[in-house]
Design a protein around this ligand. Sequence first.
Ligand SMILES: [Zn+2]
Length: 405
Amino acid sequence: MRDNDLFQLALGIQSPWFVASSGFDAEKRRLDIQLDFKAGSRFDCPDCKATGCPVHDTVDKTWRHLDFFHHQAFLTARTPRITCRQCGVRLVTVPWARPGSGFTLLFEGFAMALAIHLPIAVAAEQFLKITDKRLWRIVFHYVRAAVQRMDLSTVTRVCIDETAAKRGHDYITLVVDIDGRRVAFVADGRSADTVRQFADHLEERGGDASHIKQASIDMSRAFIAGVTENLTEAEITFDRFHVMKLIGDAVDEVRRAEVKSRPELRGTRYVWTKNEQNLTAKQSTVLDTLASTNLKTARAWRMRLSFQDIYAQPTREWGALFFDKWIGWAKRSRLEPMKAVARTMEKHRDGILAWFHSRSSNGLIEGINSLVQAAKAKARGYRNGETLKAVTYLVAGKLDLKLPT
Ligand SMILES: [Zn+2]
């Protein structure tokens, strides 16, 4: 068998295309395969799909293909521009590549397989020997196409949360399909409009905003307004994780005010705001020493523990009883930060107690956070709103990527 026939079979090239020649440069570690088409061939119009359009002229195009052993392989073709009666002169779409891509479909499929499992920069530079910018373009294409095809018809319970691409800027908002255990939507920003965008995104993919019965959010005004206006049938639950974080912040505020007169409180922030089972041995010792003292911080800390007990109650009614008692206690505490946080809690009473219906748990948020951390690691060195959105869908969207094989 001659080289050209072998390459033609291996590439799966079909008439009117054929392998015209091939050249191997051992020094450059490069294999070049030249493709051509039979004289007199006619092609489809890439725009209106009209068949049998005559060739106007040709342009040489080159695509990077899968490596030939450890040598880079390139296809080059005299690519016809046809004359279409409707559309005029058009460059044809070749069967081995997407329009505008410098890679063959098989190369892109392989690149995506690596992108799923490796940080993008590592996949690009160490394995594919292309710039990460070029790999990002491939990732964006396949992710966007798959997001376009997503089926969101079954979504009824969502959890909405935000994360920063980098510390303090480029916020993105994630909407998680709780039952599907997947990210259903990723958006720029964290405003009420973000929820409206989700409602649109949902309806463009077979879903229905009025089918959303539960929405778990933090207490930000933006998300409350967004859900109230756009997911009109949804009961709001204020996520337990965020509720406890606000109370932890209030405890820390008490500590920071007190540390001026009680230096032993210096550096003890996590002792009072982390759950006891997560403390280091050293932190536990500090807590044992300070917890039973008359420190204001210790008092605020006991209030935090007591608030946690609300969630351990067997029913919403018991939870409500504990909740109301707690609010009274906090308001009488003469600790300003605790009084302030009690007023916030009181204002959001229904949404906090809705937890007893929805049981939206910390576990889900933690699961999402670990996926977001994975996405951030994947976008390392090239992280902004766009890249983080794409890789979040890639690692957590359960996408059907329909990769070329
Ligand atoms: Zn046409």
